[in-house]
Write a protein that binds this ligand. Structure first.
Ligand SMILES: [Zn+2]
Length: 405
């Protein structure tokens, strides 16, 4: 089996808040086979001398929507059709997705969890990467988002599958697995981006939510719940979901944060999405939603600190674009009060926990060889992750996918 030895690395990961110097990382196949102290002053034959460069685990974005919306993919978008030009074929989206996949890799985002997209885009891209048709990160898909019959489905069309009542909900869970989903995503409550929904309220009732969690867990998959207001968050947490997406109202319910900490539920705070609706792409939203997003942004930052203090595991979820800019979420976590080490932990082990991955997120034996090599200590400034041009190398599954060694 092909072997790669990274000699004299300085490892920075969630397991220690101080960098571990003079380490040697042996990669065999797609995994890390061994991590130990270097011995001797010269790199052994065939090893790559990193000269003390920093090595961190590949980053994991736990909340992404794969698609071709120009506001989310930026320069990667299909150019608008000119007047007189025939409309562009829908299938051009697959080229956008392939470019997005490479942009994630270049930025050291080696795993992403798609939390809802149109027309099963994430499953198509996941399969294209698995079959070697294009390069990209490891992808987990929810299939379609399970929602009660609700106004959001008018906007989000093929991103959703509506179901009502415990038995329809159970069938809907089974449908997603048939489609190829890796886990289940549910709208526990309304969405802040839908004028006719109130994000404070739960949309499913208790019987429906219990049925969904029971069905998913019985079939061995995890549950991510979109939950903004307290009604939705309470329903999701009490039903025993695995991750709470957004969860901005949690600072108002310390008992729910305690419950999440005790039961290992992960919070994905998605700070950037509130900046998006309140600021970056506010011009695209109905004014009342912009005002609501401003209030929600304040709450999201309060919840970030409250969750940290309660010992809740947090994951990094960008919920924005363009692909590869994801680490902006880490910068915002630090601006909101987390240490750089906590932000890095969120983007690695926290996200791995959210996704249910036990073989990713740290630089140690038997983990995936997904690694970023950097010239600077990222704990001095996590913003380095927003500048992929400053990376020396990105390694995915033991192969160099950006930069060089
Ligand atoms: Zn989202």
């Amino acid at each position: 089996m092909r072997e790669l030895v990274l000699w004299n690395a300085t490892i920075v990961d969630a397991r220690s808040s101080s960098p571990r110097e003079r380490m040697s990382i042996t990669v065999r196949g797609g995994s890390i086979a061994d991590v130990g102290m270097v011995d001797g002053e010269r790199a052994p034959e065939g090893a790559v001398d990193l000269g003390g460069a920093y090595v961190v685990p590949g980053l994991i974005d736990a909340h992404i929507h794969l698609g071709d919306d120009a506001a989310m993919v930026g320069d990667l978008a299909v150019p608008l059709a000119m007047r007189g030009e025939a409309p562009h074929a829908r299938e051009l989206v697959y080229f956008v997705l392939a470019n997005a996949a490479r942009a994630f890799l270049r930025a050291g985002i080696t795993t992403i969890r798609d939390v809802g997209c149109y027309d099963d885009n994430a499953i198509v891209l996941r399969e294209a990467i698995r079959l070697g048709l294009t390069e990209g990160p490891s992808i987990l898909s929810c299939g379609r988002i399970i929602s009660a019959t609700a106004p959001g489905a008018v906007l989000f069309k093929s991103m959703y599958e509506e179901a009502d009542g415990p038995w329809q909900i159970r069938q809907c869970v089974r449908n997603q697995l048939r489609r190829g989903a890796d886990y289940i995503k549910v709208m526990a409550g309304g969405a802040r981006s839908v004028l006719r929904e109130n994000p404070e309220h739960a949309q499913l009732d208790r019987l429906e939510m219990d049925a969904l969690v029971d069905e998913a867990h019985r079939l061995g998959v995890r549950v991510a719940a979109h939950a903004e207001g307290l009604g939705a968050v309470r329903l999701a947490v009490e039903a025993g979901v695995d991750t709470v997406e957004h969860g901005l109202s949690l600072h108002r319910a310390p008992e729910l944060l305690d419950h999440m900490a005790r039961h290992g539920m992960v919070l994905v705070p998605t700070l950037t999405t509130f900046h998006d609706v309140a600021e970056r792409i506010a011009h695209r939203f109905e004014p009342r939603l912009v005002e609501q997003a401003k209030r929600q942004k304040e709450e999201a930052y309060k919840t970030l600190v409250a969750a940290r203090d309660a010992g809740v595991v947090m994951a990094m979820g960008f919920d924005s674009g363009p692909p590869g800019a994801d680490a902006l979420e880490m910068v915002r976590m630090v601006e909101g009060g987390l240490s750089a080490h906590a932000a890095l932990s969120a983007a690695t082990v926290g996200s791995a926990r959210a996704l249910g991955l036990t073989d990713a997120g740290t630089v140690e034996a038997e983990r995936r060889a997904d690694l970023i090599v950097l010239g600077h200590n990222p704990l001095d400034d996590v913003a380095v992750f927003t500048r992929p041009a400053d990376f020396r190398t990105v390694i995915k599954g033991g192969s160099v996918v950006a930069g060089s060694l």
